[in-house]
Ligand binder design. Sequence first.
Ligand SMILES: Cc1ncc(COP(=O)(O)O)c(C=O)c1O
Length: 494
Amino acid sequence: MPRRKRSAHKLRMHLESGAGESALFPPPAERERIDDLLTRDLMDADRRVAKGSVIPRIDVARFRSELADLDFQVPRPLDELLSWTIEQMEHGLVHVTHPRYFGLFNPAPTFPAQCAERVAGAFNPQLATATTSPVAVEIEAHVIRAIARRTGFPPEAAGHFTSGGSEANYTALLCALTRSNPGFAAKGARAFEGPPVFYVSRESHLAWIKIAHQAGIGRSAVRLVATDGFGRMDQNALREAIAGDRIGGCVPIMIAATAGTTNAGMIDPLWACAELARANGLWYHVDAAWGGAVIASDRLRHVLSGIERADSITIDAHKWFATTMGCGMFVTRHPQVLSSTFQVSTSFMPSNLPGLDPYVTSVQWSRRFLGLRMFLSLAAAGWSGYAEHVERSIELTDLLKDKLVALGWSIANSSELGVLCLQPPPGCGDVRSIVARVLASGRAWVAVASFEGSDIIRACVTHGETTEDDVHELARTLDLIVETGREQQPFGGR
Ligand SMILES: Cc1ncc(COP(=O)(O)O)c(C=O)c1O
């Protein structure tokens, strides 16, 4: 059937109603009106979030039924939808932007990163090729070079932005496999004489397990090396594991040291790992997904000494560098390995430039302009601004430590970064119930984790707007909870 042409009158009516297709592409005046409204609503919500509960207060069953009413049959005005969405988000999330979110490394995002999201969304460049988005590709490469230089990598180092630390670590494993055996590209794991294996500590981020699965070498390829009682990879255990694997017919591929373990902020012995990797001809990766941000501080960056010897590194922009979520970085001193790992050619892509076009040097194909968030943040604050950010975070961590130790708490870890593994005074209840009560209070967010075999309360102080008052408030909340716990014990628990 031939398509009926819309009359000019009908089209005008349709556009003016603001519904249907015109809701997708409203006229400029309407966009401006809604943009202003959105900015104001978000600022107001932000202010309320900072004063409200850190944890969600929403009735999920009620929310589900409200959501079910939105069946997409009748178009709704966008301004109402935005207000509704903001209200639901305000009450329906753990607020990582709350200054008393002492949680995982999900940061309160920098304002430049939020601006970058708008700019990237507005132009929506496709970063698969440098031919289509030369400016965006150059900006990303410029930031990656700056990160590489700051980490002590040679000038030829290269890399790219990733969706996060897991993708960057996955990239490292693929590079290690590819360099280790040129047959891997065509035959996969079958190219090796025995099962390929790699080494991380048991305190590493266990996305490694999924990564091994994705890479097709199987989850059993991950060797979880024992730690030394302080959360760092034990070098004797590592040496023995490599030797044992060789004797057993496995093929060691890579050592991945962690520089800032997720639970405890511990840094594996980076020099010793580098030596072992070199002696055994293995790829050496350093996962500095969150700890890597200390490269910004001249005073503190020495804690990562040895990272410059790595073949590749992971540093997330969306952790301590505090960009919005979905932004990691991978850097390697062997750009040619990236090219041989990800090369491919098709007729429809506008170019195929190894070393330049991101789709032939990384996991992703179509890609968002991720790096703008790090570019604008770094350019606006400079390294010195980021240095202040990480140094302040460590000062606040020390303040929390001092306060709690004075109240009888113990600190299980000895991290030089911004995370504490807390243990309550004896006889004051178990950490799970303490954390449950902190969360129920809505005053702060901390996590239960395990460190060297014991349950601990994990408090991470990496939020850029947390103040000393917030730290005092967390210490007060914890103290109040354990005091009540103590009173509930027979004989006051003493
Ligand atoms: C040390 C470390 N590596 C890797 C990851 C995974 O990163 P992402 O969640 O960005 O994929 C994390 C996340 O917390 C981490 O702490």
